[in-house]
Design a protein around this ligand. Structure first.
Ligand SMILES: [Zn+2]
Ligand SMILES: [Zn+2]
Length: 389
């Protein structure tokens, strides 16, 4: 088919949710801009992906543990069976609608990343400037087609121009998840504070480096996996502690929180960032924070959670904050400043520590093979797909 292209997809027809895993490389319809057929295309842009990041949420789709309802609901709405996955994008603009150029200044050959939440612009939250909690947003690669493909169509308003002279492409491709960590680290002021990062997965690792750059005075990582603990130390954690893995129990780890208290003169940390969503880890974060401290909740697990000693939250005046997505585009500006700066040099830390200088973390789109890909995503905190553009 001349009007088809290759993409990494989930299809509810060929890949039943309950009995399969992985993504499939398949032929899908090639997106086009046609303003005479669809007026939305006036403000749309066609982008050729150069590099795309594989996200924790993509892992949820790969292992069929998350996003089923959002994918199926949106496929119902579009009356189709196949979703192109992927939302962490660096790409080159190849075609622009009239308004995309006139209103947003986007032009052919621009290099862009994208905010993954396409916001409505009209709901209560959007109208008061809180677009990151839009009531009617769509997520690229989940509720509309994404960027693990040869071409992706996106609204100009979501795009973020990126200067490859200042940020290398592999790092530029992960600005969106990096931005999650920036959002978490800017929720409260970290300057001069003692901070615990509870869970050093991909976003937790980013957060270690960002907390340092934001002026945190002492950073304690909590991480069970030794390779991630080592990465956290290289990214700037003063100390990394191993939690007791309590399995399914929601209970906090007393020994761990006692150690954190000891490391902070018996006071507790000023701020705890909870980056796992695991119930026991949420309780560890609540328990290691000082009276009057802040707990930033980013980790996500569906279902109920148990909060230990709920009264302590009130009596000790602990503030809970939850973080979703990025503030659009405030967080993106801070992300750009942090990644373009070489003092501190978070840019090179991301490349050397999290992306392992590209060794094992880069997969060619043309060579995509599910078994090898699954091994890569199980081994490294971040895998980037190179699209050969
Ligand atoms: Zn993501
Ligand atoms: Zn909205």
């Amino acid at each position: 088919m001349a009007d088809s292209m290759l993409a990494l997809t989930y299809s509810r027809e060929t890949d039943p949710w309950e009995t399969t895993t992985g993504l499939r490389k398949s032929e899908v319809e090639r997106p086009v801009l046609d303003e005479s057929k669809d007026y939305h295309d006036r403000s749309n842009v066609l982008i050729q992906p150069m590099m795309t990041g594989f996200c924790g949420s993509d892992r949820g789709i790969w292992f069929r543990s998350a996003f089923k309802d959002m994918i199926f609901g949106s496929l119902d709405r579009e009356k189709k069976s196949t979703r192109v996955i992927g939302h962490e994008l660096l790409g080159k603009v190849v075609a622009v609608g009239t308004d995309a150029k006139r209103t947003y200044g986007i032009d052919v050959d621009d290099v862009v990343s994208t905010e993954s939440h396409i916001v409505c612009g009209a709901c209560y939250q959007c109208r008061i400037g809180d677009t990151h909690v839009c009531a009617d947003d769509k997520i690229i690669g989940i509720s509309q087609d994404g960027c693990f493909s040869e071409l992706v169509k996106l609204p100009a308003k979501a795009l973020w121009r990126t200067n490859l002279d200042k940020i290398r492409p592999e790092v530029a491709a992960v600005q969106e998840p990096f931005g999650n960590a920036v959002h978490a680290c800017t929720k409260v002021n970290l300057r001069g504070k003692r901070v615990a990062i509870v869970g050093c997965g991909t976003i937790g690792l980013f957060a270690v480096a960002i907390a340092r750059a934001m002026g945190a005075n002492y950073v304690i990582g909590v991480e069970p996996m030794e390779n991630h603990a080592e990465m956290a130390r290289r990214l700037g954690a003063d100390v990394v502690l191993t939690p007791e893995m309590s399995g399914k129990s929601h209970a906090s780890d007393k020994e761990l929180t006692d150690r954190i208290r000891k490391l902070t003169d018996g006071v507790g940390v000023d701020v705890a960032l909870e980056m796992t969503g695991v119930n026991s880890s949420v309780n560890n974060a609540l328990r290691c924070v000082r009276r009057g401290g802040d707990v930033i909740l980013f980790g996500l697990k569906s279902g109920d959670a148990v909060i230990e000693n709920f009264d302590r939250l009130i009596v000790d005046g602990i503030s809970l904050h939850s973080v979703i997505g990025r503030r659009i585009f405030e967080t993106w500006h801070i992300t750009r400043h942090l990644l373009e700066s070489r003092d501190p040099n978070i840019h090179d830390l991301v490349w050397e520590v999290i992306l392992n200088r590209g060794e094992g973390t880069m997969v060619n789109f043309s060579d995509f093979e599910p078994a090898a890909f699954e091994k890569a995503i199980k081994t490294f905190p971040k895998v980037v797909i190179r699209h050969g553009v």
